[in-house]
Structure formats: structure tokens, C-alpha cells
Design a protein around this ligand. Structure first.
Ligand SMILES: *Cc1c(COP(=O)(O)O)cnc(C)c1O
Length: 410
């Protein structure tokens, strides 16, 4: 008799986005003339930069010619892309990586989930609250937790509140943990960690033999100087941290799919008998067995992001989104709302006015302004009373949405 992985049954049915969809559809059906503007999604909207598209096309053509055809590539990614990342993405930060420390993949979502394969089940895991839901749900799926309580906290997972009081950056836990997820710039709060904040976590990780999973999917959106774009800018991080980066938000690759995971040679964890094993060795074994690489044209397109022309164009798109963020931020602050984020991340995290719930604010925004956002409580209990607006959108829509909120939000 085949039996299912019962841990999946502990998961609450995908609630947040289906529920948003349901409420928006009901509103649109009752108000067919309303023009609803969506600032809820965490997906890019601008097309690929032309230099990237052109490299993509050229590489596709190579596959159509017997002389330049490519079959399976290295599971870890092609050296041309890895070398580009070493030179263009990391060396300028003063971070020096070896080829063997970078693993190209088809997404950070999958990598942050798949990395759990190489860790023992009885590791204690800590995640932020609110959080990118993938970190939580993938740990539940593999059986690291008990059931959820009525607030949505799963037994056995340590939740680190990210609130106004701590500037939306988690404090180190009081209890012993083994693995911690950090995401900066943060989805959903739109805030970014300082060097001092990350150093606090790296020092803690080294002192307590903790591995940090550092999700830097939004590093390209940092606009102010001085904030770390990589955790390896912090001394000692190569001994305790794995870093995830993605071309998804940086260069509009959410549909193209390319990302990277950095596993430095020095980062280790222990066997049951206390010997240290390099995580990179296990990750390499995992990837070469379960993954067959990212397609050649996609890797050529990704490398073109870092060409002079490609980077100029990529940066212009990031600037476009960040100008949207500024319009939202300044417009809503002018309307008397308390705003966080949106300076070094494409998300604005606003406090709901008058202390109303995230879902009540969602309904008001939808019915009074015909604007859709994301209730903060959907990202975790500590997100209650907050609301996420995304800067990934068309400029005219962003301007109109802000105008409507200023005029109509009573
Ligand atoms: C969008 C996003 C990613 C990127 O995921 P991909 O699978 O690379 O598209 C990773 N982490 C966070 C927090 C994100 O919001």
C-alpha cells in the first residue's frame, strides 16, 4: 500500500494568494466598471534587457548548428557564468570566491528548499516572522516540525519576530538552534540589514556552530551605500554561511529561471560522531545526482546581465522599480500612513491606519481605492497590522494607485 508523506498534511492549504484572488474576483464581479490596480504581486513586470535577450537568442541559435550544439552541461554551471559572477558580482565587494564554491541553478526557491537534503532532520531551525513562506513550508514538508497551532506557528520551528521594535531584523534566539534563515533586503518587510546587524549574526553563528542560510535575492535593489550585498562582506561568514542569489528579480528572470548558491569551502557541519564535513562536498553530490544543470542559452543570457551594456540596462530597470517604490513611499507617507522599506528593496511595508487588521485594510483598499496589496498577516503572525505593496508594476498604475489612496482612503 502506497502511503503519502504525512507531513504535507500538516500544511495549511495555500491560503494567502488564493484568498486574495477570491476577494478580488468577488469585488470585480460586483463592480464590473472598477479598474482594479494590483500592487500585490512579487513578480517583475519589465521585459528582459535587450543585451540579455540578444545573448539568449545567439545561444539558442548555437544549439541549432551541429558545430556549436551543446548537450548536457556541468551540473554546477558553465565556467563562463561562474567566472563572470566571481569577477563582476563578488570581487567588487572584496569577496573572493573559487569556482568550486558557486553552484548555478534554476532558482533560489528550489535551492533554499533543496539544501535541506544535506542536513539531519533533528537540526533546530529558526526563521523570521513574517517570512518568505518557502522557508517555513519546506521544513514542515520534510518532517522537521509538529502541527501548526492556531496562530500558524509550527511546533519545533523557532520563530524570530521582526517587528517595529527591532527594526524588522531578528534578534538572535535565546534557545539553541542549528540553522537560521536570514533574508536581506527582506521580503516582505522591504528593510535591509546593516553590516553591524549581520556581524552580530555571524559572530553568534561562529560561537554557537550555527549555519546561516542567507537569501540575497534582492541585493540589486540596495540603493544606499554601506549596506552589505553579500554576507561574505562580513568577516568569518565564509565559515558559517551559505548564500542564495537569483537573477529573478535582478534581471527579470522569474520566467527564464537562473540562480546561484554559494557554498564556501570552509563552511562545515558535524557528523553524528562529531567530525566536520564540508557542506560544499555534500551539496555537490546532491546536485550532480538530482539536478542536470541550467540550460546553456539561459546561462549565456545570465552572463550577459554583467556585460557593460547588459548591466547598464539591468540597472535602469531596477531604477525604474525603485522610482515606483519612491512614489509609493512618499505618496503614502504624505497621506499620513506609517511606511517602512521601499528604499533598498522593492517592497513597501506599511502600518495599517488606526490599528485595523491586515485583512480589514485589504478590504478597504480594494473597495475604497480599487487597489490590491498583500496582507502582512499572510507572511506570519507578527505581520498582523501591516500590509505589503510591491513596486514591481507599470509607472502609470503606480501613480494612479497612490493618487487614489491619497484621495479615497477614509
Ligand atoms: C523571489 C524570491 C526569490 C527568488 O526565487 P527564484 O526561485 O530564484 O525565482 C528568493 N527569495 C525570496 C525571498 C524571493 O522573494
Amino acid at each position: 500500500m502506497a502511503r503519502v508523506n504525512e507531513h504535507y498534511l500538516k500544511l495549511k492549504a495555500g491560503y494567502l494568494f488564493p484568498e486574495i484572488g477570491r476577494r478580488v474576483r468577488a469585488f470585480a464581479a460586483a463592480n464590473p466598471s472598477a479598474k482594479v490596480i494590483r500592487l500585490g504581486i512579487g513578480d517583475v513586470t519589465r521585459p528582459l534587457p535587450p543585451a540579455v535577450l540578444s545573448a539568449f537568442h545567439d545561444a539558442v541559435s548555437e544549439l541549432g548548428d551541429e558545430k556549436t550544439f551543446m548537450g548536457y552541461g556541468p551540473e554546477q554551471g558553465y565556467d563562463f557564468l561562474i567566472d563572470t559572477l566571481i569577477e563582476k558580482a563578488y570581487a567588487p565587494l572584496g569577496v573572493h570566491l573559487k569556482r568550486s564554491e558557486i553552484f548555478i541553478s534554476d532558482g533560489s526557491k528550489c535551492d533554499t528548499a533543496n539544501i535541506l537534503d544535506i542536513f539531519a532532520l533533528d537540526n533546530k531551525v529558526a526563521i523570521g516572522d513574517p517570512v518568505y513562506p518557502v522557508y517555513n513550508d519546506t521544513n514542515v514538508m520534510i518532517g522537521r516540525s509538529g502541527p501548526a497551532d492556531e496562530r500558524g506557528y509550527y511546533q519545533g520551528i523557532v520563530y524570530l519576530p521582526c517587528t517595529e521594535a527591532n527594526g524588522f531584523f531578528p534578534d538572535v534566539p535565546k534557545e539553541k538552534v542549528d540553522i537560521v534563515y536570514l533574508c536581506s533586503p527582506n521580503n516582505p518587510t522591504g528593510t535591509v540589514a546593516t553590516k553591524a546587524q549581520l556581524k552580530g549574526w555571524v559572530d553568534y553563528a561562529l560561537a554557537n556552530d550555527v549555519v546561516i542560510f542567507f537569501d540575497a535575492a534582492y541585493e540589486a535593489f540596495i540603493t544606499e551605500p554601506g549596506y552589505p550585498r553579500s554576507i561574505y562582506e562580513i568577516e568569518g561568514a565564509k565559515r558559517c554561511a551559505v548564500e542564495f542569489r537569483s537573477f529573478s528579480k535582478t534581471a527579470g528572470f522569474t520566467g527564464v529561471r537562473c540562480a546561484l548558491t554559494v557554498v564556501p569551502e570552509e563552511v562545515t557541519a558535524k557528523t553524528p560522531t562529531g567530525e566536520r564535513v564540508a557542506l560544499g562536498k555534500l551539496w555537490n553530490r546532491r546536485q550532480t545526482t538530482k539536478f542536470n544543470g541550467v540550460s546553456y542559452p539561459v546561462q549565456r543570457a545570465a552572463a550577459a546581465v554583467y556585460s557593460d551594456e547588459g548591466w547598464r540596462q539591468t540597472k535602469a530597470i531596477v531604477d525604474y522599480y525603485m522610482e515606483n517604490a519612491k512614489i509609493i513611499r512618499e505618496g503614502l507617507a504624505g497621506a499620513g500612513l506609517a511606511i517602512h522599506g521601499g528604499v533598498n528593496a522593492p517592497y513597501i511595508w506599511l502600518k495599517t491606519p488606526g490599528g485595523i487588521s491586515s485583512w480589514d485594510f485589504f478590504d478597504r483598499l480594494l473597495t475604497e481605492c480599487n487597489v490590491v496589496g498583500t496582507p502582512g498577516s499572510g507572511f506570519g503572525p507578527s505581520g498582523e497590522g501591516f500590509f505589503r505593496l510591491s513596486a514591481f508594476g507599470n509607472r502609470d498604475n503606480v501613480v494612479e494607485a497612490v493618487e487614489r489612496i491619497r484621495k479615497n482612503l477614509r
